[in-house]
Write a protein that binds this ligand. Structure first.
Ligand SMILES: O=C(O)[C@H]1O[C@H](OP(=O)(O)OP(=O)(O)OC[C@H]2O[C@@H](n3ccc(=O)[nH]c3=O)[C@H](O)[C@@H]2O)[C@H](O)[C@@H](O)[C@H]1O
Length: 430
């Protein structure tokens, strides 16, 4: 069976010997059939790989990677007009996460006082995007254009800085939520680390470089037991991946300040609540479930220990954000080169009076005039910490930060908004 041994192994080297035409035609046909067979297997494999592999299934961490349309003269005109400064001492601010809870409030406060404001948001579906669209509509009515796009899109960010030489960036875009980090860890890396680095890369190369104020989190204190939490306390024991990415953000901020002279201020927010809030937060979904007559899980610590939060009202947080922007010094670098030491700060923005979660529920019961069905549960080990309490002396001294809203007053404003927005609770929040 010498002819079998003669079959070339490399298809490219395959030659027909005309002197044995019948035999070789048969052999050629069988080789073509083999080639066709293996090609089919190969194509089939490619098909299975691309269409059935997990990476082609919907991956929530990639939801913000969809493409957005931006650019063109009309778009640039809207960008310029939104960022136009209307007062002599005003600043032009790029607000990332502008359709988010804090982003919307900060953007409208800046616009009200005459600053130029341009919003950026990817409108992802971590929670009901229709709430984000409603916030966007609110901002558009006050003259703030919210560009639809992702902080990971370097070309878009560069374009924005080409169109407007922003003096400041208020960076609030993030993957929030402590417990969701166990469900979708990569979305935290994507937004809070990769997205932040991408933004800083564009800022360091901008000319002039903007000063950046950005949202860190009280969660960086993690398993720290010394209270109240001071900025000098250790933050190397995060209890959730969310906290770890915010802590990483603080270290990344240090690097960009050190190498490129970017002025950076991190604000550690303490459980911010209020009208237009986030539906993934306890006060928000407790309200929804209490109104629906659905049971709520109220966490408690070991040995019936109190779980408490330093709940901070949105208007107080907005004042802290504006204080941080107003006291931010200029970045010192230009064109990607450091020219001198630049400001690097971090502040707690809390309320300084922690309230047990069970008291939060009692306040909601009174405001909604509905008794909650409470399921008392042990605090799950999924990233939650038992207690937060901010020492705000540093923010008080340097930003003029002074929270004035207690939880009862703030929740009253929230409940009024909630009942109005969701039609007396009949149209339930999702
Ligand atoms: O300060 C922050 O940096 C963070 O604040 C917020 O996290 P938290 O303080 O954990 O708020 P939130 O989830 O509303 O739970 C409130 C309380 O209810 C308890 N809780 C929660 C859920 C539940 O079913 N039952 C319950 O008792 C729970 O144990 C907790 O004691 C932001 O979401 C986060 O993005 C980040 O910004």
């Amino acid at each position: 069976m010498k002819h079998l041994d003669d079959t070339p192994s490399t298809p490219g080297k395959f030659k027909i010997d005309k002197s044995h035409s019948y035999f070789h035609r048969t052999r050629w046909q069988s080789s073509v059939a083999k080639l066709a067979f293996w090609s089919l297997v190969f194509v089939g494999f490619i098909f299975i790989f691309f269409y059935r592999s997990p990476s082609s299934l919907p991956d929530p961490s990639r939801r913000s990677l969809r493409t957005y349309s931006w650019g063109g003269p009309a778009w640039e005109k809207r960008v310029r007009s939104s960022a136009h400064v209307r007062t002599r001492r005003g600043v032009s601010v790029l607000v990332t996460g502008a359709a988010g809870f804090v982003g919307t409030h900060v953007s409208s406060a800046l616009k009200r006082r005459g600053d130029g404001v341009l919003g950026l948001d990817n409108f992802n579906d971590y929670y009901d995007p229709s709430l984000k669209r409603a916030r966007q509509a609110l901002l558009e009515r006050s003259g703030v254009f919210v560009v639809e796009g992702d902080i990971n899109d370097a070309a878009l960010l560069k374009k924005l800085f080409e169109v407007v030489p922003f003096t400041h960036v208020m960076h609030l875009a993030a993957q929030a939520g402590v417990r969701y980090a166990m469900e979708n860890p990569s979305s935290y890396v994507h937004s809070n680390i990769a997205g932040f680095v991408n933004l800083l890369e564009v800022c360091k190369s901008a000319n002039p470089q903007p000063a950046i104020v950005w949202a860190s989190s009280s969660s960086v204190y993690g398993l720290n037991t010394k209270v109240p939490f001071s900025e000098k306390d250790r933050t190397d024991q995060p209890a959730s991946l969310y906290a770890a990415t915010k802590k990483a953000g603080e270290e990344i901020a240090h690097t960009y300040n050190h190498i490129y002279g970017l002025s950076l201020t991190g604000l550690r927010f303490f459980t911010v609540y209020g009208p237009w809030g986030r539906p993934d937060m306890a006060y928000f979904f407790f309200t929804r479930d209490i109104l629906k007559g659905k049971a709520i899980s109220v966490f408690e610590g070991a040995n019936h220990g109190t779980v408490a939060r330093d709940f901070t009202y949105i208007d107080d947080i907005v004042k802290g954000c504006l204080g941080a922007l107003d006291t931010a010094e200029k970045s010192t670098g230009s064109g990607g080169k450091k020219r001198g030491a630049a400001q690097l700060r971090v502040f707690n923005l809390g309320n300084t009076s922690p309230v047990p979660v069970s008291d939060l529920v009692s306040i909601l019961e009174r405001l909604l005039k509905v008794k909650a069905k409470r399921n008392i549960m042990k605090l799950p080990r999924n990233g939650d910490v038992q207690f937060t309490h901010a020492n705000i002396s540093s923010a008080q001294r340097e930003l003029g930060y002074k929270p004035t809203t207690d939880l009862q007053t703030g929740l009253k404003k929230f409940a009024r908004w909630y009942l109005g927005y969701y039609n007396g609770g009949k149209k339930a929040a999702s």
